[in-house]
Design a protein around this ligand. Structure first.
Ligand code: AMP
Ligand code: GLY
Length: 425
């Protein structure tokens, strides 16, 4: 099988790494890729936004399966462009990708199909949103409707913060068109976890649970990032809860999409808030999470290639997936200043020392090759990932590895996975 991966972050490096182990995969291309992906795939300098050029490349190179990593090309309709040319591609089409691209779409789907989520109201007029906020009081959550790179959600502890959030989204238009409408939502309490599943639009194959760490600093402080680290499985999610999520959240969402006239296929990702009453959906994503993929995929014992193919061919019911009985942890090393502005081009030291281990892999995110050296080229630079039979052992291995890597300005969270330890005592 000849595969084209679209994207160039840690998630795509993980997919390339896993697919490169498949006896069914003879060649992997990645557009645009990064310095690490180069070792598992041939990187091609095509933008993830250039849908026609990507499809032309897939045709020319006789690609059997294209796999889309990030949300933006899905929301822009890359799947539709490929399918129109008869090319096989993994991910939802443009209409179905609204499940992530429009929070209003997702909320309405959840309400129609009785999927547990926070109470909410939608506004396309800032005055009405403000009046509503004054009426119901805080805490509450204000969300821009569209894609805003994870930054369009504001958890507001008082009324002033909520009014300011509406102003930023709707009047100052900080997120452009993504802020044409806002959702004002009940603030849920509890602990977060994610469950991702493969789906072909009919069948669901759940993956192991995971937990991301969005705020930049230890103790969940500071501004939100794309994710500073993750671990899997999340012991907070008991087997009974995972079954509940599959039966009452993931299956109804996929079935509901179908009933409402959308054929959804690819990965469905449920971001959950869990309290003693059970899980509620914070958001759906229509792709693998980043850095959740870095911990979930290494735990997949089965070959990934036939699973992706079964999804695309609509025969996921034929697939059984086996998982390693291990924990995986990913610690993200980021550029100084991230998630704000940062410099690029810092030389990364220590990578070679960690090569060749079977319990650890350094996935690259924002890296590039310059004069034969690996340098930083993005906010999230590396995802140092390990797996072992216990969580404490995995954490020790990963943090030991992190200490061996250095670049100017590097920062990382020192408490990834700490929240899970309390469930393991
Ligand atoms: P989202 O992109 O919708 O998942 O939101 C980003 C982050 O905002 C989530 O991971 C939560 O930490 C927080 N969040 C979103 N919605 C809520 C809510 N209704 N109650 C509490 N926190 C929320
Ligand atoms: N790590 C969060 C996401 O991929 O959306």
């Amino acid at each position: 099988m000849r595969v084209l991966l679209i994207g160039g972050g840690g998630r795509e490096h993980t997919l390339a790494w896993k697919l490169s182990q498949s006896p069914q995969v003879e060649k992997i291309y990645c557009a645009p890729g990064n310095a690490g992906i180069e070792e598992q795939a041939q990187c091609v300098p095509l933008s993830v936004d250039d849908r026609q050029a990507l499809a032309e490349f897939a045709e020319k190179e006789k690609i059997d399966l294209t796999v889309v990593g990030p949300e933006d090309p899905l929301a822009a309709g890359v799947v539709d462009v490929f399918q129109k040319r008869g090319l096989k591609i993994f991910g939802p089409n443009k209409k179905a990708a609204q499940l992530e691209g429009s929070k209003v779409f997702a909320k309405e789907l959840m309400y129609r199909h009785n999927i547990p989520t926070a109470e909410y109201k939608t506004f396309d007029n800032p005055q009405e949103a403000e009046e509503y906020i004054k009426k119901i009081g805080s805490p509450l959550v204000v969300k821009a409707e569209g894609l805003a790179a994870g930054k369009g959600v504001m958890v507001c502890h008082d009324e002033d913060e909520a009014l300011m959030a509406v102003k930023r989204i709707m009047i100052d238009k900080d997120f452009g068109d993504a802020g044409k409408r806002v959702i004002v939502e009940e603030c849920l309490q509890g602990e977060e976890a994610s469950i991702l599943a493969f789906t072909d639009g009919e069948n669901i194959l759940s993956m192991v649970s995971s937990q991301d760490h969005k705020p930049v600093f230890d103790g969940d402080r500071g501004p939100n990032t794309g994710g500073m680290g993750a671990y899997a499985p999340a012991p907070l999610v008991t087997p009974e809860m995972a079954k509940f999520v599959e039966d009452k959240i993931l299956k109804p969402a996929v079935k509901g999409m179908k009933e409402d006239g959308y054929s959804y296929s690819g990965v469905i990702y449920a971001g959950l808030m869990i309290d003693e009453k059970g899980p509620k959906v914070l958001e759906f994503n229509c792709r693998f999470g980043d850095p959740e993929a870095q911990v979930v995929i290494p735990l997949l014992k089965s070959d990934l290639a036939p699973i992706l193919q079964a999804v695309v061919d609509g025969r996921l019911n034929e697939i059984k997936a086996l998982w390693h009985e291990k924990y995986a942890v990913c610690v993200v090393m980021a550029s100084g200043g991230y998630p704000g502005s940062y410099e690029k081009g810092m030389v990364i030291n220590g990578l070679n020392e960690l090569k060749g281990r079977d319990d650890l892999f350094v996935f690259h995110a924002g890296t590039a090759l310059k004069d034969g050296q690996v340098v930083t080229s993005g906010g999230r630079v590396l995802g140092v990932t390990g797996w072992a039979s216990s969580l404490p052992e995995t954490l020790d291995n990963v943090y030991e590895a992190v200490d061996k890597i250095s670049f100017n300005g590097a920062h990382f969270r020192k408490d990834i996975g700490k929240k899970a330890l309390k469930y393991l005592k």
